[in-house]
Design a protein around this ligand. Structure first.
Ligand SMILES: Nc1nc2c(ncn2[C@@H]2O[C@H](COP(=O)(O)OP(=O)(O)O)[C@@H](O)[C@H]2O)c(=O)[nH]1
Ligand SMILES: [Mg+2]
Length: 455
């Protein structure tokens, strides 16, 4: 019998990351059989936490990174869009830069999946190795500035939101920056919060930057109000998360400004401390990510099994109908031929034997044709049945998770279902025959690990 496992418990001599790898390895066979791709299948042992900077261009992402790194500027800054790359700033004694495939090579294993987004993205991956103290505890990730909805026609050449989602899953802290010029109005920022960042709000921090730009409290209140208003529409959650109002020292303070910047200093220190202590969050983030991944696999397998079994039942009854129908037609044909044509008793002499054989062959051929037609009709029926089940995926989910949903305490299930449903629908349509009907205990083992990692 398998012993129950948790991320921490099974092998205390192993690190958290190694235990995560073991968990993934244990369930990889089940995932493969059900054509499920893990979201975060690789966790590089003992890698540093990542902090991802998002926001519209010129919201101050790169300036904030330079501020954190202290010393000479590492990132280019400017009012105009200066950067279209995802830049990973890592610690190292020998300072160097790399772009494209060479940069990807330098990144930990878990980030290599960026390769799947295609060459347009790979060319925009940049690595900067710098010998700065803050990088001993954290990897900083700068991103291209988000653009407006009106600029949608401009293609980035790769799935920008897919990359944001991938990075949001891997990173341990996501900072979304806004500035007074675009207080939450940038199309891509709004879309990112509505889409790829959903489910990661626990690690998302909202920063209202450049607060030194306001000339008066009234000016600030108006922009802050606009930001809250826009966020209320963009964030699919009931409570507005904390917004860190801050600015970077040493920039041009608005002329004649009556705003006292001291409170903003405190909030900046708070967010800087959070960035520096991201390591403490990493273990929790990994546990949440692994639990979510395994829970999605469980959901994928349970609903897929349910539908696969229903289709298999339909398939078996179609096969039975095909076999029964063909045999019946054949038997009826032979009986009729026997009664109306040359019967078995009359099959004497060359002529009669020849005619009897011809008549039997005719019945066999006709039965074959009828069987073939029946086969096509029944196969079409099974296909239609499958399409119907796929169209009713939500019903299957509700029935499969009826017990858990009836408790009313599992909001997370709907979130996982939103992730699982589209993948499952495509898979069922394209490869339902490849899906197994039995799980041989693998699902039970998975369910045990899901409940252990969720604690
Ligand atoms: N007044 C003021 N300007 C800032 C602040 N942070 C950044 N900037 C300026 O905003 C411009 C855009 O900054 P940058 O870091 O390149 O933005 P990014 O496009 O988001 O990386 C630069 O000219 C910065 O000097 C701030 O806190 N206050
Ligand atoms: Mg920048």
């Amino acid at each position: 019998m398998d012993t129950p496992s948790t991320i921490e418990a099974p092998a205390p001599e192993l690190s958290l990351d190694e235990n995560v790898q073991r968990l993934y390895a244990r369930h990889r066979a089940l995932a493969d059989r059900f054509c499920y791709t893990f979201r975060r299948s690789t966790v590089s042992p003992n890698s540093l936490p990542y902090v991802l900077f998002l926001g519209n261009h010129s919201s101050g992402k790169s300036s904030f990174i330079n501020y954190l790194l202290e010393g000479d500027s590492v990132q280019d800054v400017g009012i105009a869009p200066t950067d279209d790359a995802f830049t990973f700033i890592l610690h190292g004694e020998n300072e160097r830069d790399a772009v494209g495939p060479a940069a990807l090579e330098m990144l930990p294993e878990e980030l290599k999946q960026l390769n799947d987004f295609g060459p347009e993205l790979v060319q925009r991956v940049r690595v900067k190795v710098r010998n700065r103290d803050v990088l001993k505890n954290v990897v900083l990730v700068d991103s291209p500035g988000m653009i407006d909805a009106s600029e949608k026609s401009i293609s980035r050449g790769y799935d920008f939101f897919g990359v944001i989602k991938f990075l949001a899953e891997i990173t341990d802290l996501v900072l979304m920056m806004f500035d007074p010029d675009k207080p939450g109005t940038t199309g891509e920022a709004v879309e990112a919060m509505k889409g790829p960042l959903t489910g990661f709000f626990f690690k998302l921090r909202l920063i209202f930057n450049k607060c030194d730009r306001f000339s008066s409290m009234y000016d600030y209140a108006r922009a802050y109000g606009a930001l809250c208003w826009n966020l209320a529409h963009a964030l699919p959650i009931k409570d507005l998360p904390k917004i860190y109002n801050c600015y970077l020292p040493g920039r041009a303070h608005a002329e004649g400004s009556t705003i006292d910047l001291h409170d903003f200093d405190a909030l900046r220190d708070e967010i800087v401390n959070e960035i520096k202590s991201a390591k403490a969050r990493r273990a929790d983030n990994i546990k949440v990510a692994v639990n979510k991944d395994l829970a999605c696999l469980e959901m994928h397998v349970r609903v897929a099994l349910r539908i696969r079994r229903a289709v298999a039942r339909r398939q078996w009854s179609a096969r039975a109908m095909f076999a029964g129908g063909t045999v019946l037609f054949l038997a009826a044909g032979l009986l009729v031929a026997n009664a109306c044509g040359i019967s078995l008793g009359e099959a004497h002499g060359w002529r009669n034997v020849f005619l009897f054989c011809l008549q039997t062959l005719g019945v066999l051929a006709l039965s074959g044709l009828v069987g073939f037609a029946l086969f096509r009709i029944l196969r079409h029926g099974v296909r239609r049945f499958l399409e119907q089940q796929v169209a009713e995926l939500d019903r299957h989910f509700n029935e499969e998770y009826n017990r858990e949903l009836s408790l009313g305490t599992r909001d997370d299930l709907h979130q996982y279902w939103a992730l699982t449903q589209p993948v499952l629908a495509g898979l069922l349509r394209a490869r339902w025959r490849d899906l197994p009907i039995f799980h041989w205990g693998a699902l039970t083992r998975l369910q045990r690990d899901v409940s252990c990692t969720g604690k």
